[in-house]
Design a protein around this ligand. Structure first.
Ligand code: NAD
Length: 474
């Protein structure tokens, strides 16, 4: 059955398209038009979704792995068949450019496709004539998946694909800012999987806390801010939920003095500003060696001036607006702080009046290390450049953060770059590249950036409980 991406944004509960008596508006951030109304789930509807997932669990968990893999692979195929519809809708609700939206949807299909080839492990610990000990991985039960608005489809798929392969059933909750693509994903998945295996509910500020405290949800996989992650952990303690928390970041890039300036400037630009810098793994603090600070900052600014910001649906836009009014106001507030403290702005800094949440690409020149723009996670297109003298100093400053999500090192001497990378207190470090993510590569934050990992076999096992069987043969 084909999917109509232009209307009928309904929840999927126990295989049924489900509306609610109350609704939330969804806004296109490029022009602030209301583009749709979506169900605002009641507590009873969430309970029904959880009950459906609970009821579907035993037979889904007992479905042979090869069958589950084939169904997950079929979801991948179906997303590919609907790639353009999803991408257009994603641009309308999220603001990102169409090319980038296509990339997110293509990536989502690829993630389902690759996870369909994975399997939870079974390890033989001891195998002697007297004794056999093995550990296998069994599904946990009902998973609550809570996702943010920056990559509404891909980040949902990072949870759905491993949870399904491991044999769990799911209740997915998108952000109230970007529910449309997730609701359509629920509709699509419902054409492939048995009723109740994947339920999708949309709603307002109550819905997330209801999920994270729900007594019949066994695990929550959450992606969002560190502040909310703390609340999820607290309410999850009531029934000792398993938790995967993918939280905020304040990623540092350290640029060593031997880089090629022009080439690196472009890579750094996209490392910082892709998705209008609404990227947990965006470069948010750019440490540049003093010997190359001036030429590199000039090259960065010159390149940034060539980049077109506009409505993501327009063919010539390279970056879109920020996603929502709250985020827009937060960025304006950070910018005011930069100005009030007389920090130098090398690019941007003027927010124009008009429709849409368009924040100018802004680069701040070497602000103090304790300024808000350095310490906080802006999650939008405003980037501080920071000058350093010694590598030890750069590493110390990079690590002086409560966050520990990602980071990057840029330099021609790979041994030196790797030595720097090993000293960064983060879950991910790239050298001379950035944002290379695969279904096979575990990813997760250190410190206040998270608990657990997503992706790879480590990520798959986060959706399982280990069970050890010990057999006395004689
Ligand atoms: P957020 O924490 O405000 O919201 C995330 C999700 O949680 C939304 O669906 C929201 O409705 C829900 N929610 C809100 N309050 C809740 C509560 N008390 N209990 C349960 N759920 C609740 O985050 P956001 O503004 O949507 O996203 C931006 C943040 O997400 C940034 O900090 C960014 O770094 C982070 N992020 C992290 C990763 C990662 O993989 N580490 C990826 C993307 C974004």
């Amino acid at each position: 059955m084909s999917i109509d991406f232009t209307s009928h944004y309904l929840m999927t509960i126990d295989g049924q398209p489900t509306d609610s008596g109350r609704h939330l508006e969804v806004i296109n951030p490029a022009n602030e038009d209301v583009i749709a109304r979506v169900p605002d789930a009641t507590r009873e509807q969430l309970d029904a979704a959880v009950a459906a997932a609970r009821q579907a669990f035993p037979s889904w968990a007992a479905t042979p792995l090869a069958e589950r893999q084939a169904l997950v692979s079929a979801i991948s195929e179906k997303i590919l068949q609907n790639l353009e519809g999803f991408a257009q809708l994603l641009t309308r609700e999220q603001g990102k450019t169409l090319d980038y939206a296509r990339y997110e949807i293509g990536g989502s299909a690829a993630w389902f496709g690759e996870f369909a080839k994975m399997a939870p492990s079974e390890i033989i610990i001891e195998d002697t004539p007297e004794h056999l000990v093995k550990t296998r991985h069994v599904p946990i039960g009902v998973v609550g998946a809570i996702v943010p608005w920056n990559f509404p489809v891909l980040l949902a798929v990072w949870k759905l694909a491993p949870a399904l392969i491991a044999g769990n059933t799911i209740v997915l909750k998108p952000s109230p800012f970007t529910p449309l693509t997730a609701l359509k994903l629920g509709e699509l998945i419902n054409q492939v999987l048995p009723a109740g295996v994947v339920n999708v509910v949309s709603g307002g500020d109550d819905l997330g806390p209801w999920i994270s405290a729900h007594p019949d949800i066994d695990k929550v996989s959450f992606t969002g801010s560190t502040a909310t992650g703390r609340r999820v952990m607290e309410s999850g303690s009531r029934n000792l939920k398993r938790l995967t928390l993918e939280l905020g970041g304040n990623d540092a890039a350290i640029v060593l003095p031997d880089v090629d300036i022009e080439e690196t400037a472009q890579k750094l630009f996209w490392g910082a500003f892709s998705n209008s810098a609404q990227f947990c793994l965006a470069i948010k603090r750019l440490y540049i060696h003093e010997d190359i600070y001036d030429p590199l900052s000039k090259a960065l600014v010159a390149y940034a001036r060539t980049v077109k910001v506009g409505d993501g649906a327009a063919a010539d836009s390279q970056l879109g607006p920020v996603q929502n009014a709250v985020q827009f106001e937060r960025l304006k507030n950070l910018l005011a702080d930069v100005r009030n403290n007389d920090q130098q702005i090398l690019l941007g800094g003027e927010v124009l009046q008009g429709k849409g949440y368009f924040f100018p690409l802004t680069i701040v020149d070497n602000p103090p290390e304790d300024s808000r723009i350095v310490v906080e996670e802006p999650f939008g297109p405003i980037l501080p450049l920071l000058k350093y003298r010694t590598v030890d100093e750069a590493i110390e400053r990079a690590n002086a953060s409560e966050y520990g999500l990602g980071g990057s090192v840029w330099g021609k001497d790979l041994a030196q770059a790797e030595a720097v990378a090993q000293r960064l207190q983060t879950g991910k470090v790239w050298i001379n590249e950035i944002h290379v993510l695969t279904p096979y590569t575990p990813f997760g934050g250190h410190k206040q950036s998270g608990v657990g990992v997503e992706n790879g076999s480590d990520g798959l096992h986060e959706y399982t409980n280990a069970q050890t069987i010990s057999i006395r043969r004689k």
